[in-house]
Design a protein. Structure first.
Length: 765
C-alpha cells in the first residue's frame, strides 16, 4: 500500500507518524526494547499528547533477529499465527556508549540512541547489509480510518529482491507492488495462489514478515531505495535472516517455518490425468493407461480430476455411480498395473451435496456473523466452506477421505483454498483477515496428516495449489491454471523459481498448459521442461493430454524424457533429500548455486535441477534458445559436447533435446532401471565422472539414498593425474565408474580405479 504522494507529500487523507528518536531503552542479556517518540522532544511539554512506538529487538533462532514495532499494545490477538519453531539463538546484547547491539550468530543489529532514529544490520565481517532509515518505522491512518504499521528496509545500489511466494510477474521484484493475499488468478496476472511474506536479497539476507494476513510490499516502488511493507494492525513483526549465501538464508528460514517433507520416490514418475472438462469413464481411463504401455511410456500415477464426482455435488467424495459403477474394482485393476492413484478434492461443499446438510447441522461449515452458513454460487451452486479451525470439522473431513483411501487411493490433489471470505465467523474466533491466507495451511495439513497416518511416514504426498508460509511442509505444489502457450510456459517457470526462493522444495506445473489445447510444438517443448522438474504431470482443461493426441514425435519425446528422468533418480532423489533436510529446493534459480556471479541474478529462463544439472527449457517452436553458462567446462548430458563459460550460448535444438548441462567436476549417479522412479537404484549403478572444475585434484563424495531417504551407499571419488580412484562405503554391491572425459571405465565392488589413458596425458611444456 502506498501512503505518500511522491517524496515530499502524503496522499490525501493519510496521516503518518514516524519513529524519530529514542526516549528510553530497556536492555536485557539477550534482547532490548526501545521507546521511540514520533517527534523531536525539546522540553517536557513535547512529551504530552503524542504517541510512542515500542520497538522490541530479539532473536528467535541463531542468525535470525526479530523486530516488533507496536503502537497500541492493547489490541486483542485473535490469531491465527504462523507455527514457528524457535531454536536456541545464543543472542547477546552489548552497549558501547549510546550504541546498543544485539548479536545472533553472524548477524548483528545496531541502534544508536543519540542520533536520528535508525537501525542497521551487519554481517559477521561488520559490513552493513541493510538498515532502517528515518522513515523506516511508522504507523499511519488511511482515509477510511484503518490503522497501518509500516516498516522500511534500505536497498543498496544494485541489490535485487526475490521471492514473496509463487509470483508470475518479473522474477526480480524490484519496482513491483506485491499484495500478500491469496487469489485464484491464474498465471497471467499479478495475483498468486501461494503468497509468502518472505523475500530474499541478492546481498545475502532474507526478511520474513510474521503476519499471516494481508501484507503489502512496495519493493523499490513507493520509495525507490527501500523495501516497504505494511499491515493493517497495531503491531508489525519482522525477522531479518542471515546468510551470507542464499542457501544459508533458506536453511535458516525453513528451520523456523518448517522443512519440506520428503515425497515418496514413486511420486517423481510421470502422472497422467483425465483432464478437467473431458468425458471419461473406466474404458477411457484404461485406454489411456494401455496406450501409454503400448508406446513404452512408463506411467507412475493416474489422477482422476473433478468429474469423478457427480455434477453440482463437489465435494461429496462419492463416485458418480452412472460413470463408475465399480470404483473399488476399477482402482484394483489399475493398481494391478503398478499404478498409484490420485484424486481431485477441494474444501468447498456444494448445497446439493449430502455433506452440506450434514456439515451445516453439525456446525462444520463457516458461518456469517448472524449465524447463517456462508454461501455463494461461484464455482459450485450454493457452496459453503469447511471450517478447518474446528478440530471436529477436520476429523469429519478426513473421515470422508479415509473411505477413498480404503478403496485404494494413494494421494490427493488439494485444489483451491484461495477464495476465502472475510465477512465470516470462525469456530476458534480467528481474525477473518488473518485467516484468508492461512486457510490453505489448515486445509493442506489436514489432508497431509491423514495420508501420513493411513499410508505411513514417507508415503504422504499432495498436489496442492494454494499455500502460505510454512506450506512447504506439505509437498508437492503445482503452478495452477496456465494457458497452453510458450508465454505461459515461461510464466510457470518464473512462478516456480520464485516459489523455490520462498522456502518450497518441490514444485510442478501442467505439462502443455491447462487452458486450451496446446500446439504440438508447445506440448513437445513443455514435455522436456516438465520431465526435468521435480514432479511431472500431464494435465489439461478441455482436451486430453495423452501424447499421441499431439503426434508420433510427441510420443517419442515423452518416452525419451520419462526414461531419462528414471535413470536420473539416484541423483534426483539425493537432491530431494537435500531439500527435505536443508530447505534448499530441487529446482534452483541460478543465483542460488552461483551467488557470486552477477550474471545469474536476473536469469529466469533456466535453472539448476539439484546442484549439478543446468536446464534451459526451449520456449520457441524452431528450437532457438539463449542461455548463460557459468564459469568452467560444462558437458551436454545428451550429446557429450563441452561448453566453456562464463558465456552466453545461442543454440538450436530439436524437440527431443534442450540444453541440459552437467556441472564441471560433477559425479552423476546414473541408474540402470529406466522403467520406474522407485526401482533398485544400486542395481547397475554407474558413477558418471565429469572433468573440470574444482573437483579436479579434490575428492567428491556422492551419496545414493534409499527409497526412504536414508543413505544406501556413499562413494568417494578422487580425480588426479593418474586417473580416477573410487571408494565405496556402506555397500558391497557392484557398480561402474565411467570417466566422461575419456570414456574409460571400470566395474566391480569396493575400491575401483580408472587409469588415465595415454592419449590424455598432457604433453610436457
Amino acid at each position: 500500500m502506498k501512503f505518500t504522494d511522491g517524496f515530499w507529500l502524503m496522499r490525501e487523507g493519510v496521516h503518518a507518524s514516524y519513529a524519530t528518536e529514542v526516549r528510553d531503552l530497556s536492555v536485557e542479556a539477550d534482547r532490548f526494547t526501545a521507546y521511540a517518540s514520533v517527534k523531536r522532544v525539546a522540553d517536557r511539554g513535547d512529551t504530552l499528547n503524542t504517541p510512542l512506538i515500542t520497538v522490541e529487538c530479539f532473536s528467535p533462532a541463531e542468525g535470525v533477529i526479530g523486530v516488533r514495532a507496536t503502537h497500541h499494545a492493547g489490541k486483542v490477538r485473535r490469531g491465527p499465527d504462523f507455527a514457528l519453531a524457535p531454536a536456541a539463538a545464543g543472542a547477546r546484547t552489548r552497549r558501547d556508549g549510546s550504541v546498543t547491539e544485539l548479536t545472533s550468530g553472524p548477524l548483528t543489529l545496531r541502534m544508536d540512541g543519540d542520533g536520528p532514529w535508525g537501525i542497521t544490520f551487519h554481517d559477521a565481517d561488520g559490513e552493513r547489509i541493510t538498515g532502517v532509515d528515518r522513515k523506516g518505522t511508522a504507523f499511519a491512518t488511511a482515509p477510511d480510518g484503518t490503522h497501518h504499521m509500516i516498516a522500511q528496509l534500505a536497498l543498496a545500489v544494485g541489490e535485487n529482491v526475490y521471492g514473496l511466494g509463487e509470483r508470475f510477474t518479473p522474477f526480480v521484484r524490484n519496482g513491483q507492488t506485491v499484495e500478500i493475499w491469496q487469489a485464484d488468478g491464474g498465471t497471467s496476472s499479478e495475483q498468486a495462489y501461494k503468497n509468502v511474506p518472505f523475500y530474499l536479497s541478492s546481498r545475502g539476507y532474507g526478511v520474513f514478515v510474521n503476519h499471516p494476513g494481508k501484507v503489502s510490499f512496495e519493493i523499490g516502488s513507493e520509495s525507490v531505495g527501500q523495501v516497504q511493507f505494511s499491515v493493517e494492525d497495531q503491531t508489525m513483526e519482522y525477522y531479518v535472516v542471515a546468510g551470507p549465501t542464499p542457501k544459508e538464508v533458506l536453511a535458516r528460514y525453513t528451520a523456523l517455518t518448517g522443512r519440506p517433507a520428503l515425497p515418496p520416490a514413486w511420486s517423481f514418475g510421470l502422472w497422467l490425468t483425465t483432464s478437467f472438462c473431458t468425458s471419461y469413464d473406466e474404458d477411457t481411463v484404461t485406454s489411456f493407461v494401455e496406450g501409454m504401455a503400448e508406446r513404452d511410456i512408463p506411467l507412475s500415477v493416474f489422477h482422476f480430476d473433478c468429474f469423478w464426482m457427480r455434477e453440482y455435488q463437489w465435494s461429496d467424495f462419492a463416485w458418480d455411480p452412472e460413470v463408475f459403477p465399480d470404483p473399488a474394482g476399477m482402482l484394483a485393476r489399475l493398481k494391478e498395473r503398478g499404478l498409484r492413484i490420485s484424486m481431485w478434492i477441494n474444501p468447498y461443499i456444494a448445497q446439493k451435496s449430502p455433506l452440506f446438510a450434514e456439515g451445516a447441522a453439525r456446525g462444520f461449515l463457516v458461518r456469517r456473523p448472524g449465524g447463517d452458513v456462508w454461501q455463494w454460487d461461484l464455482w459450485q451452486p450454493g457452496m459453503a466452506l469447511v471450517d478447518f479451525t474446528d478440530p471436529d470439522a477436520r476429523a469429519w473431513y478426513a473421515d470422508k477421505l479415509r473411505v477413498l483411501l480404503d478403496q485404494g487411493v494413494d494421494c490427493f490433489k488439494t485444489d483451491f483454498g484461495e477464495r476465502i471470505p472475510t465477512d465470516v465467523v470462525w469456530h476458534d474466533g480467528s481474525d477473518p483477515e488473518r485467516m484468508h491466507n492461512y486457510y490453505a495451511q489448515l486445509y493442506n495439513r489436514t489432508v497431509f496428516e491423514l495420508l501420513e497416518k493411513e499410508r505411513g511416514a514417507g508415503e504422504a504426498v499432495l498436489f496442492a495449489r494454494s499455500a502460505t508460509a510454512g506450506g512447504q511442509q506439505y509437498p508437492v505444489h503445482w503452478g495452477g491454471d496456465c494457458f497452453a502457450s510458450f508465454g505461459a510456459m515461461a510464466e510457470s517457470l518464473r512462478g516456480g523459481l520464485s516459489l523455490s526462493l520462498s522456502g518450497f522444495g518441490f514444485w510442478s506445473h501442467d505439462i502443455g498448459g491447462f487452458e486450451g489445447t496446446p500446439d504440438p510444438a508447445v506440448f513437445k517443448r513443455w514435455l522436456a521442461f516438465g520431465l526435468l522438474s521435480s514432479h511431472s504431470r500431464l494435465h489439461g482443461n478441455v482436451s486430453y493430454r495423452v501424447p499421441w493426441e499431439f503426434g508420433d514425435e510427441a510420443v517419442d519425446v515423452t518416452r525419451k524424457f520419462t526414461l531419462l528422468k528414471h535413470r536420473l533418480m539416484p541423483y534426483l532423489y539425493g537432491a530431494a533429500v537435500e531439500a527435505h533436510r536443508t530447505g534448499v529446493p530441487m529446482m534452483r534459480p541460478m543465483l542460488l548455486e552461483f551467488p557470486k556471479d552477477p550474471a545469474t541474478r536476473t536469469l529466469d529462463r533456466q535453472y539448476m535441477l539439484g546442484p549439478d544439472l543446468l536446464v534451459a527449457p526451449v520456449f520457441t517452436e524452431d528450437g532457438r534458445v539463449e542461455y548463460y553458462v557459468p564459469e568452467g567446462a560444462w558437458t551436454h548430458l545428451l550429446t557429450g559436447e563441452t561448453v566453456t563459460g562464463p558465456a552466453w550460448r545461442h543454440e538450436t535444438h530439436g524437440f527431443d533435446s534442450l540444453p541440459l548441462l552437467v556441472r564441471p567436476g560433477a559425479v552423476l549417479p546414473w541408474g540402470e532401471d529406466d522403467q520406474r522412479p522407485d526401482g533398485d537404484w544400486l542395481g547397475g549403478l554407474t558413477l558418471r565422472c565429469y572433468p573440470g572444475g574444482p573437483a579436479d585434484g579434490a575428492a567428491v563424495t556422492v551419496t545414493v539414498p534409499g527409497p526412504t531417504g536414508t543413505p544406501a551407499a556413499s562413494y568417494r571419488v578422487l580425480r588426479d593425474a593418474d586417473g580416477l580412484r573410487v571408494e565405496a562405503e556402506g555397500t558391497d554391491r557392484p557398480y561402474r565408474v565411467c570417466d566422461e572425459r575419456s570414456g574409460a571405465s571400470a566395474e566391480g565392488t569396493g575400491a575401483l580405479t580408472v587409469p588415465v589413458r595415454e592419449a590424455e596425458v598432457p604433453p610436457s611444456p
